[in-house]
Design a protein around this ligand. Sequence first.
Ligand code: NDP
Length: 446
Amino acid sequence: MAHYDLIVIGAGSGGVRAARVAAAHGAKVAIAEEHRVGGTCVIRGCVPKKLLVYGAHFAEDLNDAAMFGWDVPQTSFNWPVLRDNMLAEVGRLEGLYEQTMANHDVTIFHERAELVGPNEIRLASGSSHTARIICVATGASPLMPEIPGVEHAISSNEVFHLNELPKRIVIAGGGYIANEFAGIFHQFGAHVTIVNRSDAILRGYDEQLRDRLLQISLAKGIDFKFNSTFNAIERQEDGSLKIDMHGCDDISADQVLFASGRRPNVAGLGLDAAGVVLGDNGEIKVDADNRTNVASIYAIGDVTDRVQLTPVAIREGQAFADSVFGGKPTRVDYNCIPSAVFSHPPLAGVGMTESEARNKLGSVRIYTSDFRPMKNVLAGRNERSLYKLVVDETTDEVVGVHMIGPDAPELLQVAAIAVKAKLKKADFDATVALHPSMAEELVLMR
Ligand code: NDP
């Protein structure tokens, strides 16, 4: 048995940051990880997904190239090449994360850890270790429905490892993962059907942008089945899947991907043994300092089910380590968190949506720019972008920026600075346009 200042359970984005910063503050740190160092974001989330988004986008670029004078001979797509290159990059990043831990003298236990008390963990191999502080950063896992035949379906964990691309894929859910993978599989040539339990996609995003994505997705040929749920999935003799549906006709497909939210990873963690209280969704309840009801146990990231985004988990890990080991009490500011959906085209937003602002502020001014990007015009691509500013009528403050169109997430990150800094519409107006760009629309809306 060894004693540490800090043991972190879970080496994802939040856990690795907490461990590294605590170690940099002089703490003796260990981190336990049962899968691969890097967690959801690096191993089976943001990073490999973004690489697939890049890969998928070539389908449109190669198509559009002809109008720009390029003679593109017959093209074909080789999934194993992209898959293996993407997985190799993930492996490279995993190595860098491990290196960072080693550089900071953080001990890595490559095995599952469970709490056995407020200051003690037990590893799968049987050894126990104690710590003054334990930080739980075990993340979340895809929620799979309890229906007959669910074993024939995959989640976002498996989607990166497919042996071959499906010709027809059904994606359950209308959120981030569903819309991102709908775009990816569509560009790779699959027929995509999104099945959602309600009649709205991307709840939480501005309604006008969600409508625009829906229109563009439908025009591309992606099918949507709303107000529909799954009864059962059955493997047919020819290897295909027959999906027994409720709310729409049954569907035949080659693959079913469930993307209907994620559940905090708390099962079998020994939280009850340690006396840690959970919330209604099974999340670890913490205060503004990431502390659970047990004084020596903290929790950060998706396992706390606050905002399930990597940069937020990283900030929580940083704030925890600075506060507890750096003598620098810090709290995460959850206001104005920008977010993006890497759909085709992507959409992104920060601050209040129009309806939120109308509810909260009463009097608002809305500015929109609905335009066809120059590149789309020449390419003959009939896809329009939509940018939207939500402005507080009383103060002239820009309280929300929402964008759908090429590179929207790249532009939104910069616009988020303006919203965070509480800049006014007059500041946007006073900024000279950078021409020709799509971003200039942000300062030209009148
Ligand atoms: P989301 O929360 O984005 O969407 C879940 C979808 O599934 C919604 O359409 C929801 O419907 C539906 N749903 C929820 N519960 C059920 C259920 N029991 N049965 C049927 N449908 C259900 O989850 P994702 O799985 O797409 O992604 C998980 C999280 O990961 C996201 O919330 C996000 O925080 C993060 N993420 C972020 C990304 C990014 O930043 N680009 C990319 C991918 C993931 P309803 O609207 O009716 O609730």
